[in-house]
Design a protein around this ligand. Structure first.
Ligand SMILES: Nc1ncnc2c1ncn2[C@@H]1O[C@H](COP(=O)(O)OP(=O)(O)OP(=O)(O)O)[C@@H](O)[C@H]1O
Length: 240
């Protein structure tokens, strides 16, 4: 019997066309083991398009995606994947803790709602309707919703966008805790400092292709100057 365990994530030859725009161009990406992998790329490079393919929201023009050896739809349906999109349709009048309890009830072994709400500072605005939350507060709640079901892989599109330093620190701590407890985390950001501090591995995407992949030390030759490497490897404006 084979003892091979399937990769957490494997995308092969992904191509996505929107009319004449090639958003992903023969892109390969894989993750195995639990780690924090950060996707960097200029505006329009294809990061969100890639995450949409990984979550089954978008069918690539060609290429394949597998999460835990299955289609994204099946991996999501099995509760193995948590997703935090860049924007969510507003949950409108629902209050944060009601929303978390509702989402927790969808899962067999959810995280304790009160602990998660305390960890992300959600209990400070627990009774404010979703539509009245600040951008950063909505992000905190979206992140909580992505992880409440104890997924094995979380896909986070710019999770700390709009967060102040206090909340960002809490989120960094939480993401590291997830990794240390065996969860694989793939996230996008435009913040080089965030990438340098959080990532076990960094993938730089430019014009729909992977232009570099490695640890911070590998990518920067030990200098740690990720911004310099990013600027030298990417094209302003992303897709040409
Ligand atoms: N639904 C769509 N229809 C047409 N073009 C699209 C669509 N979604 C994305 N694109 C185009 O595909 C390219 C990649 O966009 P994508 O949103 O994936 O980039 P990104 O790296 O996430 O950018 P940002 O950092 O600005 O969020 C861009 O040129 C964008 O205009």
């Amino acid at each position: 019997m084979s003892t091979d365990t399937p990769a957490v994530l494997r995308a092969r030859g992904l191509r996505v066309e929107f009319g004449t725009t090639v958003a992903l161009d023969d892109l390969d990406l894989s993750m195995s083991g639990h780690r924090i992998q950060v996707l960097l790329g200029p505006n329009g490079a294809g990061k969100t398009t890639l995450l949409r393919c990984l979550t089954g929201l978008l069918d690539p023009t060609s290429g394949q995606v597998e999460l835990f050896g299955r289609s994204p739809a099946r991996a999501l349906a099995a509760g193995r994947v948590g997703v935090m999109p860049q924007r969510t349709a507003a949950w409108s009048g629902i209050r944060p803790v009601e929303l978390l309890r509702y989402l927790a009830d969808l899962h067999a072994h959810p995280l304790p709602v009160d602990d998660l709400a305390a960890e992300l500072g959600i209990d400070d605005f627990a009774r404010t309707p979703y539509r009245r939350l600040s951008g950063g507060q909505q992000q905190a709640l979206n992140l909580a919703g992505a992880i409440i079901g104890r997924p094995e892989l979380v896909l986070l599109d710019e999770p700390t966008a709009g967060m102040d330093v206090h909340l960002r620190r809490r989120v960094f701590g939480l993401i590291r805790q997830l990794r240390d407890s065996g969860v694989s985390v793939l996230l996008t950001t435009h913040d080089m400092d965030e990438a340098a501090r959080l990532a076990d591995r960094i993938t730089i995407i430019d014009r729909g292709r992977v232009s570099a992949e490695g640890t911070l030390a590998e990518l920067t030759g030990g200098s740690g100057d990720l911004e310099e490497v990013f600027v030298s490897l990417t094209t302003p404006g992303g897709v040409g």
